[in-house]
Design a protein around this ligand. Structure first.
Ligand code: RFL
Ligand code: PHB
Length: 390
């Protein structure tokens, strides 16, 4: 098989890249190890930055996001028994949309297939060859047959555990990493929303987050031991922990409902550089991970493939390599800003077992400052809604 751009991974990065390239008349093939049903139902992110919304809209895949997603103009920070609103729109003129990642995936798969785009599901034994030549290729097995996909470029959009990043030799790569000593326990609940806006809560027992998926399904998280087991948490224990961490002196109360999914996720910050070697480029979680506290992961993946689509367009239209050559440098500026913001939000809101009373007092001082200073609140708000694209 031949194509211009071979894309490994049908997550938000791979699917959106394939669609953006299609809109510019550039052929690509997407290879995915999982089934269509699986990628369309895996529960992950929920918050889209304004810029992400704009890109999806411009790519013609924004209709359901607009009608079924919820536009949020603010978030709340809760601590010391009180809630404090950060007015995102007033501070930045921008907003966010809460719309599940797997819904974005459904919209992108539908758009690719409607345009006769090629996505090969359930591939296995994926390997990349010849990245330092002008004809790299991807070898894989599909429907029991060994296959070769020959392309001009290979883009690794295969997430943190993918095979693309290790194709850049250790001697040429530098990885930066921090693993946090806690995880998030996530639940999906059948109930109406407890709050019109997301609530990020700091409590001496640990962080909690109230989010939403639809008028009838809610998504909540609370900080936990990353090695804990969901079976240790009965529904009663979960509700009791969430009530404690979110208790508020203003009479606000969390709404309970039927919990129909529970999972525990680990938290890490990770950046791998460079994001390119020869004709292999990395995008999204394949190159970097942020802890979910800042809601940046999927948005960064979108920002990476926006850059790649512009650079590849320039290459095919004008034969210019400038955008491709500068990809790592340009992408990493946004990545490191989001890494810092996500680390800062995580540090601001979580319980650290080894924190001294001095560090705990600093954390409270920082929270008080964010909710009382317009300048400090604006720093949070402009990062949360997403900084302008390069
Ligand atoms: P993905 O989504 O991991 O997709 C990679 C795809 O590649 C496939 N794959 C392969 N395919 C072919 N060959 C191989 N060898 C392959 N190996 C893997 C995989 O099956 C998969 O389909 O990466 P991508 O596209 O870079 O997208 C990144 C985002 O998924 C991720 O950053 C976000 O989910 C992070 N995140 C959030 N991001 C936000 O922007 N806003 C949020 O509110 C937000 N909340 C979250 C999150 C992530 C979470 N978890 C579960 C880690 C909340 C949570 C709980
Ligand atoms: C979510 O709704 O899944 C969500 C919202 C905000 C975050 C992370 C996850 O910071």
């Amino acid at each position: 098989m031949n194509t211009l751009v071979a894309i490994i991974g049908a997550g938000p990065a791979g699917l959106l890249l394939s669609h953006l390239l299609y809109l510019k008349g550039i052929d690509s093939v997407v290879l995915e190890t999982r089934t269509r049903e699986d990628i369309e139902s895996t529960i992950r992110a929920g918050v889209l930055e304004q810029g992400t919304m704009d890109i999806l809209e411009a790519a013609g895949v924004g209709a359901r996001m607009r009608s079924e997603g919820a536009l949020h103009h603010g978030i709340e920070l809760a601590f010391g028994g009180k809630r404090h609103r950060i007015d995102l729109s007033e501070l930045t003129g921008r907003a966010i949309t809460v719309y599940a990642q797997h819904e974005v995936i459904k919209d992108l798969v539908a758009a690719r297939l409607a345009a006769d785009g090629q996505i090969l599901f359930e591939v296995s034994d994926v390997s990349v060859h010849g990245i330092d030549s002008e004809q790299p290729s991807v070898h894989f097995t599909h429907e029991g047959q060994p296959q070769q996909l020959i392309a001009d470029f290979v883009i690794g959009c295969d997430g943190f555990h993918g095979i693309a990043r290790p194709c850049i030799p250790d001697t040429l790569r530098r990885d930066y990493q921090r693993i946090y000593p806690f995880g998030w326990f996530g639940i999906l609940v059948e109930s109406e929303p407890s709050s019109e806006e997301l609530i990020y809560a700091q409590h001496e027992r640990g962080f909690a987050l109230i989010s939403t998926r639809s008028p009838t399904v809610q998504r909540h998280y609370f900080q936990c031991d990353p090695k804990d087991d969901v079976d240790n948490w009965s529904d009663d224990r979960i509700w009791s922990e969430l009530h404690t961490r979110l208790e508020s002196s203003d009479g606000w109360k969390l709404k309970e409902g039927k919990i129909f999914q529970k999972n525990i996720i680990g938290m890490r910050s990770f950046v791998s550089t460079p994001m390119q070697q020869g004709r292999l480029f990395l995008a999204g979680d394949a190159a970097h991970i942020v802890p979910p506290t800042g809601a940046k992961g999927m948005n960064l993946a979108v920002a990476d493939v926006r850059l790649l689509s512009l650079a590849l367009d320039e290459f095919y239209k004008d034969g210019k390599q400038g955008g491709l050559e500068k990809y790592t440098e340009t992408a990493l500026k946004r990545v490191w800003r989001a890494e810092h913001f996500s680390w800062w939000m995580t540090s601001l809101l979580h319980r650290f077992e080894d924190a001294t009373p001095f560090q705990q007092a600093l954390q409270r001082a920082e929270l008080e400052y964010v909710v009382s200073s317009r300048a400090a609140a604006t720093v949070l708000a402009e990062n949360y809604v997403g900084l302008p694209f390069a």
